[in-house]
Design a protein around this ligand. Structure first.
Ligand code: NAP
Length: 287
């Protein structure tokens, strides 16, 4: 496993395992057990995935020492205020059954971000979380947080895949010493990514599949990756990316695949914000 060092000195595996869209707790527990058995040590969950209990159960059953694992969870928008975030962190700890979480993220740049961040800072100083970061923050939102708060985020988890390469955002995050972590590294399979001929041609040179080429392309740019699969053979395939290196020419060929547009939704579109996050945000007004 390759590790990256975060801006607070904490070391994090560069390749991990994500559990978004695995709401069935038994299936999630088995997937995490299979992932740990395949060699993964970084597990990425979130309050909003409703499977923190299953991740916690798998951690216990795995028999792997706690300090060898790196567990990430995230605070949802409906808890994005100082008071609610304090409770949200405790709820994540309880559901995971852990004394500490390795990395805790603000899941979205909405709500009372500054208040919620204060609660994350307190949890960090109290040793309940080893590192704190954000997700889906654009560079201006990140700058606002950095200029306002005491503890600099260690990570920004954003969508990065061959169709949405985020070159400018990655540059701006790196300039702030904030590590980029790619969600949906495979764009969840959109536009037949696993069959794409350009990626396949590159993969053939190394005896690797498209998914492995993508993970390698991201990792060679210093990005942390957290592919998801509920199939053990795919978990193993996605983990088998440490024995080859893409050439500069391969990297440039992949750079040309950029469609420069999110494969899911635009986090800056007011209508989308209302549709996806409106009801969660309205909960902040109620309490
Ligand atoms: P992804 O990892 O890009 O793609 C997952 C899809 O690819 C699944 O349908 C999976 O199918 C398939 N797959 C995986 N490996 C494969 C392989 N080797 N060959 C063929 N198909 C393969 O999508 P994601 O789950 O959205 O993103 C990864 C993680 O990022 C999430 O699980 C979550 O932890 C995180 N995330 C964070 C945010 C955020 O807002 N912060 C948003 C989205 C995701 P099977 O499962 O059926 O194998």
């Amino acid at each position: 496993m390759k590790f990256v060092e975060l801006n607070n000195g904490v070391k994090m595996p560069q390749l991990g395992f994500g559990v978004f869209q695995v709401p069935d707790l038994k299936e999630c527990e088995q997937a995490v057990l299979d992932a740990i058995d395949s060699g993964y040590r970084l597990i990425d969950t979130a309050a909003a995935y409703h499977n923190e209990e299953a991740v916690g159960a798998a951690i216990k059953k795995s028999g792997v020492a706690r300090e060898e694992l790196f567990i990430t969870s995230k605070l949802w928008v409906s808890d994005a205020s100082y008071e609610r975030a304090k409770k949200g962190i405790e709820t994540s700890l309880n559901k995971l059954g852990l004394d500490y979480i390795d990395l805790y993220l603000l899941h979205q740049p909405y709500g009372d971000v500054i208040g919620a961040w204060k609660a994350l800072e307190e949890a960090y100083h109290a040793g309940k979380v080893r590192a704190i970061g954000v997700s889906n923050f654009y560079a201006d939102q990140l700058k606002n947080l950095i200029l306002t708060c005491d503890v600099r985020p260690v990570i920004n988890q954003i969508e990065v895949n061959p169709w949405y390469q985020q070159k400018q955002e990655i540059k701006l995050n790196q300039a702030e010493d904030v590590r980029v972590e790619a969600w949906a590294p495979f764009a969840e399979g959109k536009h037949n990514i696993f069959q794409n001929e350009v990626l396949a041609e590159i993969g053939q040179k190394y005896g690797k599949a498209n998914g492995q080429v993508i993970l390698r392309w991201l990792m060679q740019r210093g990005i942390v990756v957290i592919p998801k699969s509920v199939h053990k053979n795919r978990m193993e395939e996605n983990f088998d990316v440490f024995n080859f290196e893409l050439s500069d020419e391969d990297m440039q060929t992949i750079a040309k695949l950029d469609k420069n547009e999110s494969q899911f939704f635009d986090h800056r579109d007011p209508e989308t914000i209302e549709q996806i996050f409106g009801s969660s945000l309205s909960q902040l007004k109620q309490k």
